[in-house]
Design a protein around this ligand. Structure first.
Ligand code: NAD
Ligand code: MG
Length: 385
């Protein structure tokens, strides 16, 4: 039995992970499930999987969780520290699928226990990649990439030396506004931005896909996961989301991983690694698809991608500031307080007026994150005024 913990069990990635685990109950045992506030969904999942512990990060929801699980024998806890405690419990595999910077401490807690961590929470690596990967090395933890692009790259890396890789090429769908006239982008609503053409995902990452900030975050994520320099990382727009990414070798060979766009495939790869497991995902029918298209990304239309590229090259505190400002701007957009085009503008303004030294500890990252959020929050107010 593989003992698993899911951080962010009620989200899109968390639910897909539960779906796979529940298909093979004889193979998996659930240690802990955590969620932010959706107590009903968390309790239902804990009962279905007979989890040992259910944790709600929003401590004001703890009594509701206790009530929902009364008489089941499932332990309950509440608060952000309790999420980190859950991440520290002994287990064989942890899914880190909390969204945003809230995932940093729980992910770190799991790595410090030397756990095998399937990492969906890309913000962890963007804000604190060097610190997280150093902790993983120091504590003997294993990081398995879940983001579909990085999972594809992971699958395409052969056993040759790292220097035989010449380029990593991340594919991007281009999101719902790949061909929208730029003038029309000003009026984009949250509903339009969240409706991704190929993938069904949480609201924040869906907006990130629409601005292409998601691909920018993924470039930074890739730099920390794989032994590669920033100038060896490329993005190509591929609107069908069938080729999930590619690795180019010094001999000219390019290996790609393909599949239908369903997160259960990369999650299953991480869950069964180093083996494989069955999934119910639709099989790829290339004859029905007919042709696969590729084009260069448009850095004018998607300034967020340009900002992320610059943060990738500059490194230090820049990626943490980029990420924090983006989280604030995306939340304000989803709240209808700022427009779609203002998301990248708020990130750019925050980066312009805040340039601290590179953080060396997770606490330093969190301090930079907090200050960048404060500055971005002021920009949001300026936009609303
Ligand atoms: P989601 O919004 O659907 O779910 C987020 C989960 O995090 C929920 O369980 C929520 O309860 C929990 N959470 C939110 N705030 C929290 C807090 N403050 N403290 C504790 N828990 C909190 O998000 P998602 O789409 O599942 O994405 C999760 C992560 O995976 C993100 O970092 C995203 O970028 C990444 N990712 C997602 C996909 C996808 O297909 N959805 C693909 C690649 C990477
Ligand atoms: Mg991705």
């Amino acid at each position: 039995m593989k003992r698993v913990t899911i951080l962010g069990a009620t989200g899109s990635v968390g639910s897909s992970t539960l779906d796979l685990i529940e298909r093979e109950p004889e193979r998996f045992e659930v240690v802990a499930l955590t969620a932010n506030s959706d107590v009903a969904k968390l309790a239902a999942a804990a009962i279905r999987t007979n989890a040992r512990l259910a944790v709600v990060a929003d401590a004001s929801r703890l009594s509701a969780l206790s009530q929902a699980l009364a008489g089941t024998g499932i332990a309950v806890a509440g608060g952000a520290d309790a999420v980190c405690e859950a991440a520290r419990l002994d287990c064989d595999w942890t899914m880190a699928a909390i969204v945003g910077c809230a995932g940093l401490k729980p992910t770190m807690a799991a790595l410090e226990q030397g756990h095998t961590v399937a990492l969906a929470n890309k913000e962890s690596l963007v804000s604190s990649g060097a610190i997280m990967t150093a902790a993983a090395r120091c504590h003997g933890a294993t990081l398995l990439p879940v983001d579909s692009e990085h999972n594809a790259v992971f699958q395409c890396l052969d056993r040759t030396a790292p220097r035989s890789v010449s380029r990593i090429i991340l594919t991007a769908s281009g999101g719902p506004f790949r061909a929208t006239p730029i003038e029309a982008m000003r009026a984009i609503t949250p509903e339009q931005a969240v409706a991704h053409p190929n993938w069904s995902m949480g609201a924040k990452i869906s907006v990130d896909s629409a601005t292409m900030m998601n691909k920018g975050l993924e470039l930074i994520e890739a730099r920390h996961l794989f032994p590669i320099a920033p100038d060896q990382l490329d993005v190509i727009v591929h609107r069908q989301s069938v080729v999930h990414s590619m690795v180019e070798y010094i001999d000219g060979s390019v290996l790609a991983q393909l599949g239908t766009p369903d997160m259960r495939t990369p999650i299953a790869y991480a869950l069964a690694w180093p083996e494989r497991m069955e999934t119910p995902c639709a099989r790829l029918d290339l004859a029905a698809i007919g042709s696969l298209e590729f084009e260069a990304p448009d850095y004018e239309r998607f300034p967020a991608l340009r900002l992320a590229r610059a943060a990738l090259a500059a490194d230090g505190a820049r990626p943490a500031i980029l990420n924090a400002a983006n989280e604030v701007a995306v939340a304000a957009f989803l709240d209808r307080r700022v427009g779609f085009l203002e998301i990248a503008a708020i990130v750019a303004d925050t980066l312009d007026c805040y340039d601290p030294a590179a953080p060396e500890t997770l606490d330093a990252v969190l301090a930079i994150d907090a200050e960048a959020r404060r500055i971005a929050g002021m920009r949001v107010k300026d936009c609303v005024a």
